[in-house]
Write a protein that binds this ligand. Structure first.
Ligand SMILES: [Zn+2]
Ligand SMILES: [Zn+2]
Length: 273
């Protein structure tokens, strides 16, 4: 099954503004049979104080009906050529654990697919984005935690709590881009070697398997200027293969040109299908 499990839509304000329909047409042309649209879900109110910045991070609450209407229109137009899954990429926020579950329950019947991701960890005064801007990563995270190792540990501890989230879903659910903390890695000091060892990820990946999650095999990192790898690095892939965790290709496309990107590399790297 050729499936792009992680794409965004014309609703995304940090995307290209490309029409979702054109993205789907590209996926059809590339032979994809299944296509998940998982726009960034609304955040809990008050997480981002600046209203302009807030717009960058995800749908507004009052946009949800239009978004789901958009998806059902697309299903109607393209449904006989590709299976479109309507979804959301929901943020895990430490201390607000019930948020994702409540959101999913409130949208029962409208969600076919869900990705839960950590884009924020706790910083000095509130949640700080780890993949938004290098200067924020440096001042708000490295500055706050005191060392690059501490920031990485905080990320992996947050991810571990994310695994505990229980979603009441008939649909598929995945953990988004494990290792996103490395997005700006070339700009800063490298964390210690332990973060690159197989043993470091054993407990986490075992828990992912036990809790019934699948993973987003996210290739968007290959295009990141300061990273250039997939977000499921070799040490993690070792456990993915060992525990037979389902890892679904994710282009994380925010534009037409990124739909289906690096699918060949995904096929080469992933032994589990
Ligand atoms: Zn995005
Ligand atoms: Zn994401």
């Amino acid at each position: 099954m050729k499936w792009d499990g992680h794409t965004h839509s014309q609703f995304c304000r940090h995307g290209s503004g490309d029409k979702t329909s054109v993205m789907i047409e590209k996926a059809i042309a590339l032979g994809f049979e299944r296509y998940s649209i998982v726009e960034h879900a609304p955040l809990p109110d008050g997480i981002i104080s600046d209203p302009e910045v807030r717009l960058d991070f995800g749908l507004m609450w009052d946009e949800l009906p239009d978004y789901f209407q958009h998806l059902s229109d697309l299903k109607r137009v393209y449904g006989n050529r590709i299976k479109i899954l309507s979804g959301l990429e929901i943020d895990f926020l430490e201390g607000l654990e019930p948020f994702a579950a409540e959101l999913v329950s409130s949208l029962a019947g409208q969600l076919d697919d869900v990705i839960v991701s950590t884009h924020f960890i706790k910083g000095k005064d509130g949640f700080k984005p780890l993949d938004y801007r290098p200067d924020i990563f440096e001042s708000e995270l490295i500055g706050y935690y005191g060392s690059i190792d501490n920031v990485h540990m905080a990320y992996w501890e947050t991810v571990e709590r994310m695994i505990d989230v229980t979603l009441n879903l008939p649909a598929t659910k995945r953990i988004g881009h494990l290792g996103l903390i490395n997005k700006f890695s070339a700009l800063f000091q490298s964390p210690s070697e332990k973060f690159n060892t197989i043993s470091f990820y054993e407990k986490l990946l075992k828990k992912i398997k036990t809790k019934g999650w699948a993973l987003d095999f996210n290739v968007a990192g290959l295009k990141q200027k300061w990273y250039q790898d997939v977000y499921l690095t070799a040490p993690m892939q070792f456990w993915v293969n060992k525990y037979k965790i389902q890892a679904i290709y994710g282009s994380d496309a925010h534009s037409v040109d990124a739909v289906g990107q690096f699918y060949d590399i995904f096929l080469k790297l992933s032994n589990v299908q």
